[in-house]
Design a protein around this ligand. Structure first.
Ligand SMILES: [Zn+2]
Length: 425
């Protein structure tokens, strides 16, 4: 009887929560386009457009961020009573660029977008950046009146949608939208095969495989005028639908797009939580930024591993565990500060990381020797440097593609995020 009462009360409170959520939001998405500009040491956020898009694909209950990952944060407060209605962490290409040598000498501007559930009543939206000491600094705050006639409707999207797999309603699923770049109209069948392969690749790795039915994957069949992807150092500049390009920050294999608003126009054809661009090239490369977008080459032989590695960044906020490759970053992490990524540590606040996964007999730091293969520990080298940053395992998909496995800390972080998006059900 007690159990019954408890269950009854629990379902009543869930119903109340649902009713409250329903009365706060319309079920649509408010998209906020802005320009993020500056140098290594300062930055400006400038509002560009407010857009009403069809469906809010995010969870109904987990409206405030539980992970606290990312270099930025969007918050939305009730304009009348000040209560927090929504928050989400994310990162940006701009924040990465700030750690390059170029940012010490030049002002640059990047397109960015955040999406929030469309409010019923007036709200205050604020955008924040994480400072080098990890505290957040307010960069832009503005009021949004949902009845304003300056909120423009979404562009109508003429492209056919290819459903790779649709398992659940959008608010109970991780919704991935795949955007083709550099596939002409005549190459759409090739792209559809790549989209199918994307799903097989992703679910070929755990913990994604065992949670396959929590994901929806849709592809927007937007053709490019020309085939391929930009390779500036080779003078190759095809006219493609989101203008993806290798040599981002002059790093050959780093392939990203700066046409972020165009990318969001295409993504909005379907409900989405995560954007994934597949490029029509065999050349090795890609990139992934937390709650921003991911990209990888569709036709490279390492595609299965690149696809999941980049999704580790974009979806679960995982950091790179490697330290032996050249990147364009200069001092990406401060060694006296705990990084926010769940799978790397400076040992400044290791209690907040994967300490609970380590056996009491495992030494910290853990010797980087074959005897410790497959054992969760604290191995020196990660986050692009050999000293001062530690990783959870000798190997992991965020480190190399040798063993095709996520380490225990990465697996836990991915699973936590899957449950966050799917309300744990
Ligand atoms: Zn890992």
């Amino acid at each position: 009887m007690k159990q019954f009462t408890l269950l009854f009360l629990l379902s009543l409170s869930l119903l109340q929560l649902r009713a409250e959520t329903d009365s706060l939001f319309t079920g649509e998405t408010l998209r906020i386009d802005y320009i993020h500009s500056g140098t290594a040491s300062d930055e400006t956020f400038a509002l560009e457009a407010l857009i009403r898009e069809a469906v809010w694909a995010g969870p109904q209950h987990n409206l405030t961020d539980a992970m606290h990952y990312g270099n930025h944060r969007v918050m939305m407060h009730d304009a009348d009573n000040g209560s927090l209605l929504f928050s989400r962490g994310y990162s940006s290409l701009f924040a990465e660029w700030q750690t390059t040598a170029e940012a010490g000498q030049l002002v640059k501007a990047f397109e960015e977008t955040v999406v929030v559930p469309f409010p019923v009543k007036p709200v205050l939206v604020s955008l924040w950046s994480r400072m080098r000491d990890t505290t957040f600094s307010l960069k832009l705050r503005f009021r949004v009146d949902p009845d304003s006639y300056f909120i423009r409707p979404a562009v109508s999207n003429p492209w056919e949608v290819y459903e790779v797999q649709v398992s659940r309603p959008a608010d109970q699923a991780v919704d991935i939208v795949i955007i083709p770049d550099g596939f002409t109209a005549g190459e759409m069948e090739l792209f559809k095969k790549a989209a199918d392969r994307f799903a097989d690749n992703l679910f070929g790795f755990e913990p994604f495989g065992r949670h396959r039915e929590r994901f929806n994957i849709r592809a927007v069949l937007a053709p490019s005028a020309e085939s391929g992807v930009a390779i500036p150092a080779d003078g190759i500049w095809p006219n493609t639908v989101v203008s993806s390009s290798f040599y981002t920050f002059d790093s050959e294999r780093y392939c990203m797009t700066h046409d972020h608003h165009r990318l969001r126009d295409l993504a909005s054809a379907v409900p989405y939580d995560q954007i994934y661009i597949l490029t029509n090239t065999k050349k090795y490369g890609g990139g992934g930024i937390y709650n921003f977008y991911c990209l990888s080459s569709a036709l490279n032989e390492s595609s299965p591993e690149i696809i999941v590695h980049e999704f580790g960044h974009g979806f679960a906020g995982l950091g790179d565990e490697y330290y032996d490759s050249s990147t364009s970053y200069e001092s990406f992490y401060r060694l006296d500060i705990e990084p926010w990524e769940p799978n790397i540590t400076t040992l400044v606040n290791f209690d907040a990381k994967w300490k609970h996964l380590i056996d009491l007999n495992t030494p910290v730091p853990t010797p980087d020797e074959a005897a410790w293969d497959g054992i969760t520990g604290v191995y020196e080298g990660g986050g692009y440097v050999p000293k001062g940053i530690y990783r959870p395992s000798r190997d992991c998909l965020m480190h190399t593609f040798k063993n095709d496995l996520f380490c225990q800390a990465c697996s836990e972080a991915i699973e936590k995020m899957i449950f966050f998006f799917t309300d744990g059900k």
